[in-house]
Ligand binder design. Structure first.
Ligand code: 0RA
Length: 642
């Protein structure tokens, strides 16, 4: 045996030991052996092709799910080098596929996905596969290497044919080892979503995915976005309503670090901000995000002040104010990214903060200057968000001082609280109208029953954000009485009553108010509804008296079946009940409030949703369904505060 052979067999043994370690502890390398780990294999191979695209030599990557659940990844890059690797003395292809950690070290420079967060290299895929075939098209020749059963070379890199000189690239096919994985079934949708994302993140790079598992080809799906992350933002906003036309796209480069950002505001209240480094999602943010957030807040405040929208005395807009309804993609390509944090989901390179801030602030400032109409729309949106924030803060402070009932009267509410403080035995009746409220106060059990009379109409909260809702006195009384706070400070455990009972007349007006209250609860106090704390009192329609017995019944049906149950000789009297406001306190107590005789209907989430939907329809953008609804419910609708 000569030196070289000796050397070769040494490393060969090392190689096998390395790959054996991967098979013994796959979790250490790919996290899990469930379907997520299975997909991880695909990303390892795709990432290598993406690196070739990032280096500027590849513009098409194809992923195919083959019959029998093997995968093929094709790229049209330069092809993996086919020469002998100086360190191992074997071909580079074989080195990359059999030596642990040799992946991602194809040669210096450039951005690398593969060297990044997950990059464990192609050898790990080989170790966990039943078989792998690598084909390289290069210099007019076709080369092939084959591996089996966890990465054992069964065919060294061999020239197997010729092709046109122009044809270059690498094709890798592999079949995950069923002994390793819990499942061998790839999920098309999962693969597609990430492949589409890669296409958005790498403008001009075509990615296709095809599922050949059942039957012959389907052409698959092709993703190619010349607009890159701008198109990503557009895509994310498709089911939303953008408030300005243009997608703002800014980019810059410094010392080999490339940074870009795309954004557009929509009419919603939440934000969708995603950031990436070398195509890897930095879900915990990092310096690139920090730079943008800082610049966004600063530029908007400066502009708003200069434009006279934000006055000297006004508080500055916060980072939260300026991101309401914002859809944004931040992408950074870095030759040497430092990933930090428990899950390595945060970019640590400090120089990126400055780059991101500079690129963003210069570009965005210019956009605002050149597009005053859009600028106004955006600033107005932020101002509204700020007002909502201040209003919500005031409401929180209001509800924090729970029990201090002076505050309630300050806001025009007229809560008659109960004496008991233990929420589990307390109830609050929300009563329509002052006269019914008066009767309820007199007829109640003042130990455990609180009464909150409402003066007629509650604000319709459709489309009204927290700030507007909070300017309504009735709503403020309700918030204060409940004690839970509202919005982000909502805390169900602070609820001061076990039962919230809506007590309205059994007529059209009564049901209007009930619908308005349910809508309010569903929008702003949903957990209270979900936890089953909300009830509707059921005032009876008839009183039947016979002998010493007084029986209240809800409706005609109940009346008839009760009468049918009586002895035929029984003498009885029937009285039709009046509205809540006309009952005297004793009657009201006996019929509707007394826990022994009353009838309550628990409001389910479905009831609340139905109320909410009715309102959405009445207030929504679509004219036709609204017209129809009003026609069908003319009487019902006419008094609504819409
Ligand atoms: C380094 C140098 C060269 C090609 C590659 C890496 C390369 C690696 C992979 C992995 C998957 N697809 C790939 N495509 C290219 C070029 C070396 C030369 O020009 O000979």
């Amino acid at each position: 045996m000569n030196e070289e052979n000796l050397h070769y067999s040494d490393s060969d043994i090392q190689v096998l030991e390395g790959l054996e370690a991967v098979r013994k502890r796959p979790g250490m390398y790919i996290g899990t052996t469930d379907v997520k780990g299975l997909h991880h294999l695909v990303w390892e191979i795709v990432d290598n092709a993406i690196d070739e695209a990032l280096a500027g030599f590849c513009n098409h990557i194809e992923v195919i799910i083959n019959k029998g659940n093997s995968i093929t990844v094709k790229d049209n890059g330069r092809g993996i080098p086919v020469g002998i690797h100086p360190k191992t003395g074997i071909s580079t292809v074989e080195t990359v596929y059999t030596v642990l950690h040799a992946g991602g070290k194809f040669g210096g420079g450039g951005y690398k996905v593969s060297g990044g967060l997950h990059g464990v290299g192609a050898s790990v895929v080989n170790a966990l596969s039943k078989w792998v075939t690598v084909t390289v098209y290069k210099d007019g020749k076709i080369y092939e290497a084959k591996f089996e059963n966890g990465g054992k070379t069964v065919q060294k890199l061999t020239m197997i044919g010729e092709c046109e000189k122009e044809r270059t690239g690498t094709t890798v096919s592999f079949k995950p080892d069923p002994d390793i994985f819990d499942t061998d079934i790839f999920d098309y949708e999962t693969l597609k979503v990430r492949i589409r994302e890669l296409a958005f993140l790498n403008r001009g790079l075509a990615l296709t995915i095809r599922d050949d598992r059942d039957g012959e080809d389907t052409t698959g799906e092709k993703f190619l976005y010349e607009g890159g992350i701008s198109e990503y933002v557009k895509f994310l906003n498709t089911s939303k309503t953008p408030i300005h036309e243009e997608i703002i796209h800014l980019q810059g480069e410094e010392d080999g670090v490339f940074f870009e950002v795309a954004m557009q505001y929509n009419s919603g209240y939440s934000d969708s901000i995603y950031s990436f480094v070398n195509n890897i999602n930095t879900h915990d943010g990092g310096t690139h995000e920090e730079g943008v957030r800082r610049a966004l807040t600063r530029v908007i405040n400066n502009y708003a002040k200069k434009a006279g929208i934000l006055k000297e005395k006004d508080e500055s807009l916060t980072g939260d104010d300026v991101k309401e309804g914002l859809t944004m993609i931040i992408s950074c390509k870095h030759p040497n990214p430092q990933f930090e944090g428990q899950t390595k989901g945060r970019l640590g390179n400090s120089e990126v903060r400055r780059l991101a801030d500079n690129v963003f602030s210069e570009g965005f400032e210019r956009f605002l200057m050149e597009n005053p109409n859009e600028a106004k729309i955006i600033i107005d949106k932020c101002m509204t968000a700020a007002r909502a924030r201040v209003a919500a803060k005031n409401a929180r402070e209001l509800s924090r001082r729970k029990g201090d009932l002076d505050i309630v009267s300050n806001f025009g509410g007229k809560l008659e609280d109960c004496k008991e403080k233990d929420p589990s035995i307390c109830e609050i009746f929300i009563v329509e109208g002052d006269s019914a409220g008066g009767s309820a106060v007199k007829g109640r059990d003042s130990m455990t029953q609180a009464i909150l009379p409402l003066r007629g109409k509650i604000l319709n909260v459709e489309k009204a954000r927290l700030d507007k809702a909070l300017s309504n006195e009735e709503i403020r009384s309700i918030i204060t009485a409940f004690g839970t706070g509202i919005g982000d400070a909502f805390d169900l455990s602070k609820l001061r009553y076990d039962k919230i009972i809506i007590m309205t007349d059994a007529d059209v007006d009564g049901s209007h108010i009930r619908v308005l209250l349910l809508t309010l609860f569903y929008r702003f106090f949903r957990p209270i509804v979900e936890a089953g704390h909300v009830y509707a009192a059921q005032p009876p329609l008839f009183r039947i008296t016979h002998g010493k017995v007084r029986k209240y019944v809800l409706d005609e049906d109940e009346r008839d079946s009760y009468l049918a149950s009586l002895n035929p000789n029984t003498k009885y009297e029937i009285a039709r009940m009046k509205g809540l406001g006309e009952m005297d306190p004793d009657e009201l107590n006996e019929t509707t409030m007394d826990i022994h005789t009353r009838i309550l209907r628990r409001i389910t989430v479905d009831d609340a949703i139905a109320a909410d939907e009715a309102f959405s329809m009445l207030m929504g953008e679509e004219v036709e369904p609204r017209r129809k609804f009003i026609e069908e419910n003319a009487e019902y609708v006419q008094n609504l505060d819409i």
